[in-house]
Design a protein. Structure first.
Length: 199
């Protein structure tokens, strides 16, 4: 089984994120859910992004690193939307990482250079999920990440889903799509089983 760190989106550590963690725990995985938003949660993305802007990416990354500082090696880093940034960064920079699970977002490795990441680490697999018409996800950025992961001889999976809903896995949000969400979770669990097999 895998040990997973699951980072929340710009809306905060909402019940939907906790429910996602519980789903993974029910499948036998250990899941940690850091809160880098001081307990604040939002229904509106614009308000959530204002909180992100107040903190800044440097502070969010600092808090994410602090949250995992006492956890063992061999982690899989996962994140929803904004949370995919610290997940991707930690998977790329923390020794012993077993994978990156990026939901509703992905950034090219070049976007992590300000945090000391110059290349994707050898053998660390990546799985990306997003809606095909999601205005918040740039297919070119996903493609750039795929190229970097391929250069590191690591497995890369990209899964796109119909529609334009951003956080389509959160049952409390209007863009929730049950069928699409369930399809994603089946692939997520398969990824965790593979990536965690050596732990």
């Amino acid at each position: 089984m895998a040990e997973v760190v699951l980072f929340h989106s710009a809306l905060g550590l909402r019940p939907g994120v906790r429910a996602a963690a519980d789903r993974l725990r029910a499948a036998g995985h250990t899941v940690h859910t850091p809160d880098y938003y001081d307990g604040e949660m939002f229904e509106d993305l614009d308000r959530g992004l204002r909180k992100c802007d107040v903190l800044g990416y440097q502070e969010i990354v600092r808090r994410a690193r602090e949250a995992v500082s006492e956890l063992p090696a061999g982690l899989i880093f996962a994140g929803f939307s904004l949370g995919a940034v610290p997940a991707e960064l930690l998977a790329a920079s923390r020794p012993g990482a077993r994978g990156a699970l990026l939901m509703h977002s992905a950034v090219p490795v070049e976007g992590l250079s300000g945090f000391g990441v110059e290349a994707w680490p050898e053998g660390v697999p990546v799985q990306v999920h997003y809606a095909a018409e999601d205005p918040w996800v740039e297919a070119e950025e996903v493609e750039a990440l795929r190229d970097a992961v391929g250069l590191a001889e690591a497995a890369f999976e990209e899964h796109t889903y119909p529609g334009s809903g951003h956080l389509f896995t959160d049952p409390d949000l209007p863009e929730y799509d049950r069928a699409t969400s369930e399809a994603m979770w089946r692939r997520v669990l398969a990824f965790l089983d593979r990536a965690g097999a050596g732990s």
